[in-house]
Design a protein around this ligand. Structure first.
Ligand SMILES: NC(=O)c1ccc[n+]([C@@H]2O[C@H](COP(=O)([O-])OP(=O)(O)OC[C@H]3O[C@@H](n4cnc5c(N)ncnc54)[C@H](OP(=O)(O)O)[C@@H]3O)[C@@H](O)[C@H]2O)c1
Length: 303
């Protein structure tokens, strides 16, 4: 019998790719979708908002809830962030606590703060240094503690920067490189753990199959690289100029302090633990970016 899963954030960049993969692999998928939005045709749709206390989630005995819905650090209003990312998570838990066997929560590497030169793995202490991530970590801890109380298995996946044919990579990097308006604070001289969206999704499916009782996983490819090298390589692939630098204070004024702090914090991570259960298709951005560019070209989003 196929496994049943419920996905929040199903209309988003990563969530829509996750739903597509789950459907392709014959999972029985139900998606939380906000009013006016569409989900995958083969996924059942529950219309609702995380923050609605009257939210009804008519699922039964589901194998797993993937919780991806959240606001990004582009949202500067702390009250909105708390309402959706923390209170929304608590509300969700209340509605699913007697309906699922496991929960997989998706988060980012910002929980590790600023590790300096140390290589971060799952044993590294959490040390968030932005209010955006503090709220996300509070939501994670809430889920973890409450899942344990009622006997639900819990896994958290900390993604590096996920690139693909939608999301920040297409909207901010590719489009702006083409217009020569993309700028890098601190000249991009900080390490990041990039990961292709198919590997992000593939990792989630492997964690689902593993069904951990209580585990965390770092998901980034095997090639920590600077944002400068990543952006220059992308520019070369699409025939654009290498981006110029921008002063940090200006970048903060436009995009907000939390986002720029997260972006400019250098972090090298180990993907040893996830690699034990998942084989990366794109171990380096040098394989992954050309694949994304081909997809953008085949869908007409790029010439
Ligand atoms: N992208 C990355 O590089 C990255 C890196 C690390 C971690 N993550 C995490 O991965 C998850 C997915 O990221 P993403 O890039 O796919 O984000 P995204 O494209 O911004 O998608 C966010 C999703 O959350 C939904 N959502 C937002 N507020 C909601 C609410 N109040 N009620 C119900 N649904 C709501 C959105 O619905 P609408 O379509 O209706 O707006 C959308 O489906 C997030 O938790 C993010 O923090 C992402």
């Amino acid at each position: 019998m196929s496994k049943s899963v419920f996905v929040t954030g199903a209309t988003g960049f990563i969530g829509s790719r996750l739903v597509q993969n789950l459907v392709e692999q014959q999972y029985d998928v139900t998606s939380l979708v906000r009013k006016g939005k569409e989900s995958h045709a083969k996924s059942q749709k529950i219309i609702g908002d995380l923050t609605d206390s009257n939210l009804k989630i008519p699922i039964e005995n589901t194998d797993c809830v993937f919780h991806l819905a959240s606001h990004t650090p582009l949202e500067k209003n702390k009250k909105i962030l708390e309402k959706v990312n923390l209170d929304g998570t608590k509300n969700l838990f209340d509605k699913i606590k007697d309906k699922t066997k496991s929960v997989i929560y998706v988060s980012g590497l910002g929980v590790y703060g600023d590790p300096g030169d140390r290589i971060v793995d799952e044993s590294f202490p959490y040390n968030p240094n932005t209010s955006f991530v503090k709220t996300r970590l509070e939501a994670q801890k809430y889920l973890e503690e409450n899942c344990e109380k009622v006997g639900i298995n819990f896994g958290v996946v900390h993604f590096g920067d996920v690139y693909g044919p939608k999301g920040w990579f297409y909207e901010f990097l590719v489009k702006r490189l083409l217009k020569n308006t993309f700028r890098l604070p601190k000249n991009g001289e900080y390490y990041k753990g990039f990961v292709h969206v198919d590997d992000a999704v593939g990792s989630l499916l492997s964690v689902l199959e593993q069904n951990p009782k209580k585990e965390s996983y770092i998901v980034a490819d095997s090639t920590p690289t600077t944002f400068r090298d990543f952006a220059d390589f992308t520019a070369d692939q699409i025939g654009a100029k290498h981006p110029k630098s921008v002063p940090v204070f200006l970048a903060k004024a436009v995009l907000g302090g939390d986002l720029i702090k997260l972006l400019t914090t250098s972090m090298k991570v180990s993907n040893k633990k996830i690699s034990e259960i998942y084989d990366f298709k794109f171990p380096s951005y040098k394989q992954g970016i050309p694949n994304v560019i081909s997809e953008l070209q085949s869908t007409g989003l790029l010439q």
